[in-house]
Design a protein around this ligand. Structure first.
Ligand code: PMP
Length: 410
């Protein structure tokens, strides 16, 4: 080998299926905020979508025991029998839906569940209806699967919820899926039984359309909100519903990477084909921990929920006290999604006119050292998302800074 030879230049050509997908706006803002922090700026980051609690000890202990017992090898392709049984029991106990073990699948996070489902079902030209504001991965995954996301704006007046007439109008012969997420990231909006009913009635009329429901935030709901899942509400649709859930948000286990779903056998089998060539199986240790999460004590969920609710109330009140911001009270999750139309057209002390929610968020980062994410990242403007899974003291400081920064706009 010639030690002086340098690597030749190479032209990288990305596949078409990913070329329209940029790095997520959330990650970009996070990276910029981190960079400012490293420069010594006192930046408060309210961008991350993860609980600030730690994984409970009994869950960590189950992982440790699994390692000691030698459960460190590949497992069954789409979930161990123990975890599938725990998921079956969870669906039946908490959601009143009965799934058999072969109607259940486990993956490396709910994100991979979505990825498996879309890759297993979509062909070029197929359409997927996604209400906005939406969790960004929905449309990106649909595009990676070479299908077309059909985005439908659901405004604050409609509670950020899809309406039956909108759904009816969006369905075409090419529609394969509708994706609903309750409570929602980023809006925090939840669908009650009466919100789902008219949508399910529309779906009953269109047998080619399947429903993916993302129930990730089901345990983080406020003011007595009664969480329901469509497969329980409308048994006639059960064989074309994929009920997606996971341990990341409820049990503060984002890093363990376990998500799961219940759905019709043929779909579950096809999803396993995708998974078999992507990851072989989810982590054996994380699966053992997830059994403990689902079968173990659930009482701490209520304490955590109460803590999130205090923070929600603090943030909603703080934002609504600012002239020009408008924050709907979310039913769940740990996000607020506030309108900022009243700030657009104003000018910053540095002389920049704010034209978009992205401008407004850039101003908050620059001027107030607070990192939040613009609505444009979630397909609905002009809004911005705050993740309030942070210490109350930090939230108070952030609100004070946002209040000051808004007052400095002319
Ligand atoms: N769905 C929603 C709505 C989410 O917010 C997230 C995480 N941000 C996920 C799914 C994915 O969660 P995970 O892959 O950690 O299970």
């Amino acid at each position: 080998m010639n030690i002086n030879s340098k690597p030749e230049e190479a032209v990288f050509r990305p596949a078409k299926r990913i070329s329209s997908i940029g790095v997520s706006e959330i990650l970009k803002i996070g990276a910029k905020a981190q960079a400012l922090k490293r420069e010594g700026r006192p930046v408060i980051i309210l961008g991350a979508g993860e609980p600030d609690f730690d994984t409970p000890d009994h869950i960590k202990e189950a992982a440790w025991k699994a390692m000691q017992a030698g459960q460190t090898k590949y497992t069954a392709l789409d979930g161990t029998p123990e975890l599938k049984a725990a998921i079956r029991d969870k669906f039946s106990r908490e959601n009143a839906v009965d799934y058999a073990l072969d109607e259940i699948t486990v993956a490396t996070g709910a994100k991979q569940i979505l990825f498996n489902a879309m890759m297993a079902t979509l062909d070029p030209g197929d359409e997927v209806i996604i209400p906005t504001p939406y969790w960004t991965s929905y449309s990106d995954i649909v595009q990676i699967a070479e299908a077309k996301p059909v985005l439908i704006a659901c405004n604050a007046e409609a509670g950020f919820r899809l309406q039956a007439a909108q759904l009816e109008a969006a369905i075409t012969p090419k529609t394969r899926w509708v994706i609903l997420n309750s409570p929602s990231n980023p809006s925090g909006a939840g669908y009650r039984a009466e919100d789902y009913r008219p949508l399910l009635d529309v779906l009953l009329k269109h047998p080619q359309v399947w429903l993916l429901v993302d129930d990730m935030y089901e345990h983080i709901v406020y003011d007595g909100f009664e969480f329901v899942t469509p497969a329980a509400l409308e048994p006639r649709l059960k064989n074309r519903i994929l009920t997606v859930n996971g341990v990341s948000k409820a049990y503060a286990m984002t890093g363990w990477r376990i998500g799961y779903a219940g759905g019709p056998r043929d779909l579950i089998k096809a999803m396993a084909v995708v998974q078999s060539q992507a990851t072989s199986c989810p982590s054996s240790i994380s699966q053992a921990a997830s059994v403990a999460a689902l079968n173990g004590p659930q009482d701490f969920l209520n304490e955590r929920k109460a803590s999130f609710q205090r923070r929600r109330d603090l943030v909603v009140a703080g934002l609504n006290a600012i002239d020009g911001l408008d924050c709907r009270v979310p039913e769940g999750a740990f996000y607020t999604f506030s309108g900022c139309a009243g700030m657009l057209g104003k000018t910053t002390p540095a002389g920049k006119r704010l034209e978009t929610d992205t401008d407004f968020c850039a101003y908050l980062l620059e001027d107030a050292n607070v990192a939040v994410v613009p609505g444009s990242a979630f397909g609905l403007s002009p809004f911005f998302r705050i993740s309030y899974a942070s210490a109350e003291s930090e939230l108070r400081e952030a609100l004070a800074r946002i209040t000051d920064a808004c007052a400095r706009l002319a």
